[in-house]
Design a protein around this ligand. Structure first.
Ligand SMILES: Nc1ncnc2c1ncn2[C@@H]1O[C@H](COP(=O)(O)OP(=O)(O)OP(=O)(O)O)[C@@H](O)[C@H]1O
Ligand SMILES: [Mg+2]
Length: 455
């Protein structure tokens, strides 16, 4: 990624020097200006962030702020001032400043603020580009996330979309995006203008399911008072998505196999072979190999479906994508609920990133939806999200020793470890333990913990 460009505007050369040196060391590209006019000229070509002194030789910072924001509302401005007053601060924020810092400032504080601010723009731009693709709801960009595990999946989906004949098997836990992936494949393939038909294999009894898939002739069974075309026929030229394929009953498995091999089928009660051209995508959150081993799923069908397996990774294996997903859904629900929720604070984000998300992206989407409904005001708080519990699922890993254990000691030890790991930052430690700040403060007091304490 290209380094962000920061414009430092101050008439004191020493301040410019200190800021430029520090920010360059942090890897940013830094430009300098001494006046309002200079600032406007230098920001002409677009800068990501401006550190703006309030009192400049040819005017005040607020005027410059206004002009910069008019030109590009995405440019972030942090106002620096020695003349702190509440009114100026309020005015600066009103005019769209990201933050307000009093002189003399601390360089570490500035560096941190700059980093956070730039992360905000990055997410905002990402969301904007996503929104631009909303006209095309199943563009590849609709699959949010850049973590390596997901990037590999996206690359594979692209390849698969361009080879419109291959059979695809999507696997992954519930809520990881199998449905979404199937639609993305279809709508980005040469079959896009033809139907995408989907059916859940566990939903209907066998006879009904067969007629849904293959259709029936008039009089094929009681109640079949007219001929009906099935899913495969309706989808001719397009894609059929067979969801929960692991639940398909054995009788139908055999019929599906025959169809996949011969591309033809007979309607229920019919004698004519019907030929269609469809791509079959199937999905399951079961381990089909195990189902085969247990004798519940036909091995030959498994191999026929498994030509191109794509595994959607669980969210806990790509936690880096959580901020983009949260931002994506905050934005989506802001529109839907007509609420203006600002950026999610780093604390809340950190909390969400430590949770294990057993229900994956669906659970995250629901959690954001709920938080947005509960939010009064324009910020989301940790408590608005009904998620607790850390990244590791303890029930898989911790076994009660035969001789038993003292629960109080265990709790104390975990609290101390979390505090030490986070340099005694109670908020961070709390989030490692799935607690809120009051809950950890209570435990620190209960156990009489002090910074030097050892477990
Ligand atoms: N990478 C992603 N980016 C954005 N949204 C996603 C992503 N993956 C999944 N979603 C969204 O998460 C929700 C759940 O996804 P989906 O229904 O595709 O899961 P699934 O794997 O089919 O789950 P199940 O096995 O329970 O049927 C949907 O609203 C989907 O749009
Ligand atoms: Mg699904």
């Amino acid at each position: 990624m290209q380094a962000a460009t920061i414009l430092v505007v101050d008439d004191e050369s020493l301040i410019r020097y200190a800021l430029t040196e520090r920010l360059t060391a942090e890897g940013y590209r830094v430009l300098e200006a001494e006046t309002v006019a200079g600032a406007l000229a230098k920001s002409e070509d677009g800068v990501d962030l401006v550190l703006l002194d309030y009192r400049l030789p040819d005017g005040d910072g607020l005027a410059a702020l206004k002009r910069i924001k008019e030109r590009d509302p995405d440019t972030l401005v942090i106002l620096l001032t020695a003349y702190s007053s509440v009114e100026t601060a309020v005015e600066a924020i009103k005019q769209g400043a990201y933050h307000y810092v009093n002189k003399p400032f601390n360089l570490d504080e500035i560096a941190l603020l700059v980093e956070k601010a730039l992360e905000t723009t990055r997410l905002r731009r990402e969301v904007r580009s996503l929104r631009a693709t909303q006209a095309q709801p199943y563009a590849f960009e609709r699959i949010v996330g850049e973590a390596p595990a997901l990037a590999a999946v996206k690359a594979l989906l692209k390849k698969v979309a361009t080879s419109p004949a291959s059979t695809v098997l999507l696997t992954g836990e519930s809520g990881t995006g199998k449905d979404l992936a199937a639609k993305v494949i279809h709508y980005n393939s040469s079959r896009a203008s033809k139907p995408f038909m989907n059916i859940t294999c566990s939903a209907l009894p066998e006879a009904l399911m067969e007629s849904e898939l293959f259709g029936h002739e008039r009089g094929a069974f009681t109640g079949a008072d007219r001929q009906k075309r099935g899913l495969f026929e309706t989808a001719d030229g397009g894609t059929v998505f067979l969801d929960e394929i692991g639940e398909m009953v054995p009788g139908l498995q055999a019929k599906l196999l025959r169809f996949l091999e011969e591309k033809t089928f007979k309607r229920v009660g019919g004698s004519v072979d019907i030929h269609v051209d469809v791509r079959v995508i199937s999905a399951t959150n079961r381990n089909l190999r195990d189902e085969v081993k247990e004798g519940r799923f036909r091995e030959d069908l498994f191999y026929r479906l498994n030509v191109l397996p794509i595994n959607l990774p669980p969210l806990r294996e790509r936690r880096d994508d959580i901020p983009s997903l949260v931002t994506f859904y905050v934005d989506a629900y802001s529109t839907e609920f007509k609420k203006r929720v600002g950026a999610v604070s780093p604390d809340v984000m950190r909390h969400l990133q430590t949770y294990s998300w057993p229900g994956n992206i669906r659970e995250l989407r629901n959690a954001v939806e709920r938080a947005m409904l509960l939010a009064d005001g324009d910020t989301l708080r940790v408590d608005d999200f009904a998620v607790h519990g850390g990244g590791a699922k303890l029930d898989d890993k911790v076994e009660l020793p035969a001789e038993g254990i003292n629960l109080d000691d265990l709790e104390r030890s975990l609290v101390v470890q979390a505090l030490e790991r986070t340099g005694w930052n109670q908020t961070k430690a709390a989030s490692l333990l799935g607690l809120n700040r009051d809950q950890i403060r209570y435990r620190v007091e209960k156990f009489g913990l002090e910074r030097s304490a050892k477990p």
